[in-house]
Design a protein around this ligand. Structure first.
Ligand code: ADP
Length: 454
């Protein structure tokens, strides 16, 4: 096992990793940007190294500075968290070349899954059903038009190097295609430095359901029961739950087996997530694989009463899987992502938190690096806290979450707490009958929190 690791991240996930490492008896090194000097991850690690100014490109994405920080502090491994460098195969390669263990899959797997189109083809070979669409990246609009005609509208254009819900365009008619194609290409170039696009059938009223994979370096792979992540805005998840209120037992079994087999087929190692869309007939299609810990991992941890980050660190050090297939999930878990943003227009709301009280009680977990008096910097993503609950039934979990959020107080900045309360009390959410378009419809109907009249 390692004696010291460096965490190449910030915010709640950096703190989460620091705590897991401490529990394993591992010393921790935080890296931080100048505005993160007073951030909790900086304060709570055993050692800290400033890696640059505010822009992520000069700090949390600054590979030479991060590697130097690891070398100066004699860290043996680097945990990348999620976002930033977590799915950058070059970073994983550099770590290995410098004699540092990258806590994640080998660079070759990150690379394979990072090209979403290539990943689709690879998964097809591994017998996973994929959404009908292009076989290769599409060179030009004419090719897109021909293919769209063949598979039928609506279609979705996606960036081959896409991520974080960005670089996607839904096209409902041939008329829109030409314009959308060039917009999507320039967006992909601007956001990911690669204009390559591919195309898929757009599945209307599908559910986003994903399977957590845990794999050791000795060929053992385990798939854990699903997380339902269909409550999304602009393709970004907002609420996740497990088990899915929609998935039938036989579909679940088939998805688990298919994901496990596919992970084995590509020699997967470490943690990863296979994301699927499931249509109304319970047909499932592989969408993409994330080769890192995900934001919503606590939902699975609550269900299985385990610590995925500790497991990930143990696996990186070469230990065998400690989980057994006989370990079964219990009850129901929900996660709400609390963002520092205006709930009416979704504009980020950084600034000083004057006063903050988190919820608590049995079955309530808070993953956050926020505290009273801390200033949320404007430079990074707006995730402020994840509230996770666990209860015997879905109904009890929803009630617990509602109570938790109602008793949570944040003064000084705006958050999407009011939106969460609206969703949690909506009939569609309560009945479990929602899909990936639910939230957009809900907002379009004016059901979002309304600004107070002056
Ligand atoms: P990212 O890597 O940017 O998160 P994903 O491929 O995981 O992108 O897609 C994010 C979300 O976009 C999905 O959860 C789903 O809501 C929507 N989406 C993606 N592909 C399709 C599709 N073919 N049909 C319908 N919705 C889709």
């Amino acid at each position: 096992m390692f004696s010291k690791i460096l965490i190449a991240n910030r915010g709640e996930i950096a703190l989460r990793i620091i705590r897991a490492a401490k529990e394993l008896g591992i010393k921790t090194v935080a890296v931080y940007s100048e505005p993160d000097r007073e951030s909790l991850h900086t304060l709570l690690a055993d050692e800290r190294v400033c890696i640059g100014p505010a822009p992520a490109s000069e700090s949390y994405l600054n590979i030479p500075n991060i590697i130097s920080a690891a070398e100066i502090t004699k860290a043996e491994a680097i945990h990348p968290g999620y976002g930033f460098l977590a799915e950058n195969p070059r970073f994983a390669e550099i770590c290995e070349a410098e004699g540092l263990v990258f806590i994640g899959p080998p660079a070759s797997i990150i690379k394979l899954m990072g090209d979403k189109n290539q990943a689709r083809q690879e998964m097809k070979k591994a017998k996973l059903p994929i959404i009908p669409g292009s076989q290769n990246v599409i060179e030009d609009f004419q090719e897109a038009k021909k293919l769209a005609q063949k598979i039928g509208y609506p279609i979705i254009l996606k960036a081959a190097s896409g991520g974080g819900g960005k670089g996607m365009r839904i096209v409902t008619s041939p008329r829109q295609l030409e314009e959308q194609f060039s917009i999507a290409q320039s967006e992909a170039q601007a956001a990911f430095g690669n204009p390559a696009l591919y195309l898929e059938k757009f599945l209307v009223s599908a559910r986003h359901i994903e399977i957590q994979i845990v794999a050791d370096k000795h060929g053992r792979v385990l798939a854990l029961e699903e997380r339902e992540c269909s409550i999304q805005r602009k393709h970004q998840k907002l609420i996740e739950e497990s088990p899915s209120p929609f998935l039938q037992a036989k579909t679940r079994k088939r998805m688990l087996r298919a994901a496990e087999e596919a992970a084995k087929a590509i020699g997967y190692q470490s943690l990863g997530t296979f994301e699927f869309l499931v249509d109304q007939d319970q047909k499932f299609y592989f969408m993409e694989a994330n080769t890192r810990i995900q934001v919503e991992h606590p939902v699975t941890e609550m269900q299985y009463n385990l610590d995925l980050i500790k497991e990930q660190i143990r696996l990186a050090s070469g230990e065998k899987l400690s989980l057994s297939p006989s370990q079964l999930p219990q009850g129901h878990s929900l996660e709400c992502r609390i963002n520092a943003e205006d709930p009416h227009n979704f504009v980020p709301s950084p600034g000083k938190i004057d006063f903050l009280v988190f919820p608590g009680g049995p079955g309530v977990r808070v993953d956050s690096a926020a505290y009273s008096g801390w200033t949320v910097p404007p430079y990074y993503d707006s995730l402020l806290a994840k509230i996770i609950v666990h209860a015997p039934t879905r109904q009890e979990a929803i009630t617990k979450m509602y109570t938790a959020l109602e008793t949570m107080t944040i003064v000084g900045i705006k958050t999407n707490l009011p939106l969460h309360l609206k969703i949690l009390s909506s009939t569609d959410f309560l009945s479990g009958r929602y899909d990936i378009q639910f939230l957009e419809r809900f907002l379009a109907q004016g059901k979002a929190p309304q600004p107070k009249k002056a």
